[in-house]
Ligand binder design. Structure first.
Ligand SMILES: Cc1ncc(COP(=O)(O)O)c(C=O)c1O
Length: 482
């Protein structure tokens, strides 16, 4: 890349490119960061500087950046054979193969795969699927009853003619995407606020953040508290109106909240008790991030629906999927029923070919085994950072970690909004970039640094990440004392 080309890109970026979740006003004088190439766990910018990508793109480039040739070949072959066809009323070989592959990797009877273009669309589709599921099931029961004796028929018609189920439950601070439905499920006040009022009624219950719970509370007591709160929310909303409980196996926003013992078993039981569909948002956690194909397998969640995207193709393609159990699809199997939903690019053959190749590479390179074999080493390397005065907590699993930054380690007091602004945006984001590392300093909940590198990372990358974070956070601690 020559200097002239670099200047042109800068100017054009400032004049034309509207970046996502970005304060564009920041780029009056400052340069737009322009990433031009990648290999393994590293990226290079338009000035030729290298960075370790401790965020794997957006928690998503699971196989790293070095498989462009092999995946490009698969895309090229698909382009030549069939560059596009749709899943509206038609199938094609790659969508069928990918659906079969995903079904074989997903736990239990999660066997039915509906493709879309990304995570928000997957969440949007899951909520629509849940809403229509109860109608479809009711309609099916009525049609079946038409062949039954009159009293049974009347009973069934009455029981299925209840008010529609449309409400959803999610958790505080959880990110689930940006389309209006997904945004309504989102539990982050700051990104909801500009678009309110949002859709229908969604309630948010506590997430599994243990760090700020009362000292002395046992794991069992924490689980009991969370489950009681979930059940109370369902009862208060009217159980017959709730169609979906939507939660991540390990919640990303707020900083890698892992579930306490017994949590998922309890959530499943409550959903069963009130006949509500349980949806696991696995947009980040599926395809190896936790060392398993699905976080639902890791925590034995047994969801009715799974939403996925990112790692399905390691982000080499824009593809997502909603995976439903046979039970969910059964409601739509009458001759006259259909899920009234579709997206032009859902199941795009080139995207499917890329995702298939990605899964083939993940199997061949034993990526899941690699994550499981190295997660302890990753944790213990990052644990060196706990000596820094502002590093309060390190939490996560697999290759999915967060460091919570605190003002006072003893009391766990968090930074004020102004302090967060000064520490995160005023210092850390730029300092990490200048030190050659991309990761996320996030204060959508309490302030955290999120670390989620490509799944091919090993000890050399753990050391590089930890060393850069160590220097930058130590300086940050001094800054906050001054
Ligand atoms: C858990 C979760 N759900 C949904 C989404 C939305 O995905 P996308 O950005 O592909 O629309 C994300 C994105 O980060 C996510 O982390």
């Amino acid at each position: 890349m020559t200097a002239i080309e670099s200047i042109d890109l800068q100017r054009a970026a400032k004049e034309h490119l509207w970046m996502h979740f970005t304060r564009m006003g920041d780029f009056g004088t400052a340069d737009v960061p322009i990433i031009v190439r990648g290999d393994g766990c590293h990226l290079e910018d338009s000035n030729g500087r290298r960075y370790i990508d401790a965020l794997a793109g957006l928690f998503s480039v699971n196989i790293g950046y070095s498989y462009g040739d092999e995946i490009g070949q698969a895309a090229h072959e698909q382009m030549r054979e069939l560059p596009f066809y749709t899943n509206w009323s038609y199938a094609h070989p790659r969508a069928i193969e990918l659906a079969s592959e995903v079904a074989s990797l997903a736990p239990g009877d999660l066997n039915r795969v509906f493709f879309c273009s990304g995570g928000s669309e997957a969440v949007e589709s899951a909520w629509k699927l849940a809403r229509q599921y109860y109608q479809a099931r009711g309609g099916k029961a009525i049609r079946a009853a038409l062949t039954e004796p009159a009293t049974r028929h009347d009973e069934l018609v009455a029981s299925t003619h209840t008010s529609p189920r449309y409400k959803a439950i999610a958790r505080h601070i959880a990110y689930h995407g940006t389309t209006l439905g997904a945004l309504s499920i989102n539990g982050i006040p700051a990104i909801r606020a500009p678009f309110e009022p949002l859709l229908a009624e969604v309630r948010h219950v506590s997430n599994t953040n243990r760090y700020h719970r009362p000292t002395g509370e046992t794991e069992a007591e924490f689980t009991e508290f969370l489950l009681a709160e979930l059940e109370q929310a369902i009862v208060a909303m009217g159980p017959e109106t709730v169609c979906l409980v939507h939660m991540e196996p390990v919640q990303n926003a707020g900083g890698c909240f892992t579930p306490p013992e017994g949590y998922w078993r309890g959530v499943r039981e409550i959903c069963d008790r009130y006949d509500i569909l349980l949806s696991a948002d696995e947009v980040i956690t599926a395809f190896g991030r936790l060392g398993y194909w699905f976080g639902s397998e890791r925590y034995d969640i047994r969801p009715d629906i799974v939403t996925s995207a990112k790692g399905l193709s390691s982000s080499y393609a824009a593809i997502g999927a909603v995976i439903a159990t046979d039970k969910v699809m059964e409601a739509f199997m009458d001759e006259t029923s259909m899920f009234s939903h579709g997206i032009t690019f859902g199941g795009h053959p080139v995207m499917c070919a890329i995702a298939l190749k990605n899964i083939e590479i993940m199997k061949r390179e034993r990526i899941l085994e690699h994550v499981r074999e190295n997660e302890d080493a990753f944790r213990s390397t990052l644990a060196q950072l706990l000596d820094i005065p502002i590093v309060g907590d390190l939490r996560g699993t697999g290759y999915f970690w967060a460091i919570e930054l605190v003002k006072d380690k003893e009391t766990r007091e968090t930074f004020s909004d102004e302090e967060c602004e000064r520490l995160l945006r005023g210092y850390l984001s730029t300092a990490l970039w200048d030190a050659g590392m991309i990761c996320r300093a996030d204060d959508r909940g309490d302030p955290v640094i999120q670390i989620s590198p490509p799944l091919v990372a090993g000890q050399a990358e753990f050391d590089e990440i930890t060393s850069i974070l160590g220097d930058v956070l130590s300086e940050g601690a001094k800054l906050m004392r001054s």
